[in-house]
Design a binder for this molecule. Structure first.
Ligand SMILES: C[S@@+](CC[C@H](N)C(=O)[O-])C[C@H]1O[C@@H](n2cnc3c(N)ncnc32)[C@H](O)[C@@H]1O
Length: 194
């Protein structure tokens, strides 16, 4: 099932809502958000992460390849803007103060190209705060691994990719853990500055 089909029931999952809250807390603990900031959320989906930070910033632009997910995102309010496209092909006519994302990077094949793209989308001094799974064994997605390009990430390798793209002050830390039965899936937050 693709994300268009999942959009209607996406927010019904308490596990997803709690994960977004945990990631948002990690973002707020690492970054000083302020009401002047224009933020980009890539793979924004229905806006579970955006909802948690929208009151702390000026606007959030949700970029997503699923139009049905973005229909839900638009319901958040007037300070939420949408762009229906692949993040690696996104070409806005302005730059952002910061970029956030949760649980999307493992759906993107070319991570080197992604970090170069994110760097190009930021104002000087702008930040990234990207959350995703640490390396897992392919059991995280209950419904199968269609559309999954990476079984989580080795954060040391990701940090090196971010540095190669030009980012400074690159760090990652575990900010949350998803429990499924007996298993725990730690979620990291990678932060860096342009
Ligand atoms: C697992 S969902 C996460 C959604 C949201 N961030 C959340 O935490 O609920 C991944 C989202 O990324 C989007 N997506 C996947 N690949 C993408 C790409 N290359 N560019 C933009 N969006 C993408 C999907 O359509 C989906 O909405």
């Amino acid at each position: 099932m693709g994300f268009d089909e999942k959009a209607a029931t996406w927010d019904a999952s308490k596990r997803r809502r709690e994960l977004a809250k945990g990631v948002a807390q990690g973002v707020k603990d690492s970054i000083s958000l302020d009401k002047s900031m224009q933020i980009l959320d890539f793979g924004a989906g229905t806006g579970l992460l955006t909802r948690e930070i929208i009151e702390s910033v000026a606007s959030v632009t949700g970029v997503d390849s699923s139009e049905k997910m973005l229909e839900k995102f638009r319901e958040i309010g007037d300070s939420c803007i949408t762009a229906h496209c692949d993040i690696n092909k996104y070409q806005p006519n302005r730059l952002f103060d910061g970029i956030i994302s949760s649980m999307t990077m493992h759906h993107i094949e070319d991570i080197e190209a992604l970090f170069l793209k994110l760097y190009s989308l930021l104002k000087p001094g702008g930040f990234i705060a990207i959350a995703d799974l640490r390396e897992e064994d392919g059991t995280f997605h209950d419904g199968g691994n269609e559309g999954v390009c990476h079984f989580g990430f080795d954060t040391k390798k990701l940090e090196d990719i971010a540095k190669s793209a030009g980012f400074k002050s690159v760090k990652s830390e575990t900010v949350y853990s998803v429990s499924k039965g007996e298993r725990e899936y730690p979620i990291f937050l990678l932060t860096a500055k342009k």
